[in-house]
Write a protein that binds this ligand. Sequence first.
Ligand code: G3P
Length: 190
Amino acid sequence: MNKRIMNAKRFMTWPRIINGLTISRILLGLPIIITLKNYNNEVFIFLILIAGLTDYLDGYFARKYDHKSAFGAKLDPLADKILLIGPMIWLVHENLVPLWAIWLIISRELLITCWRSGKTSGGPASIQAKYKTTFQFASIILLLWPKKWGTIYTINIINKIGYFSFWIALFLTLSSAINYIFNQKEAHQN
Ligand SMILES: O=P(O)(O)OC[C@H](O)CO
């Protein structure tokens, strides 16, 4: 086999691919903010969906190839937070959600990051927290749905579903934090 291909294969180990996917999600945070600032919501949706895909794939590969690690358990939720905090602040900027709700979410995310940093296991994400992140993603996407992608009527409905999802996300954000802190055995390793 060609030496270069062999070297590339040796470099592309599963832990590197998994962490690479997670880090790419962090890096997507900046272009995502720039697209929002430029009101380019079409590209924003495209980028955030790619970020969502990396979130799915890093977890999928970690489970499939049994490469779960404490480092990965800490990095993966942190990447989600770094990615989503920008669009959440943007929701306030656009008067789509109240400032106090985003303050609660950001405070919770900082608190749980601090809690997780002290865990030797990495404090793997609970199922409830995974739903929380899914609802955060979904509400951001639906609230910032491009105006060109539908009629006034359909956009209005999409935005309303997004607004409703946002409150579910807030509820899950707070309740999952309470479960982490008071019921730590419920956390799942996946
Ligand atoms: O609530 P956390 O900090 O456990 O984060 C959950 C992750 O974002 C799920 O992928």
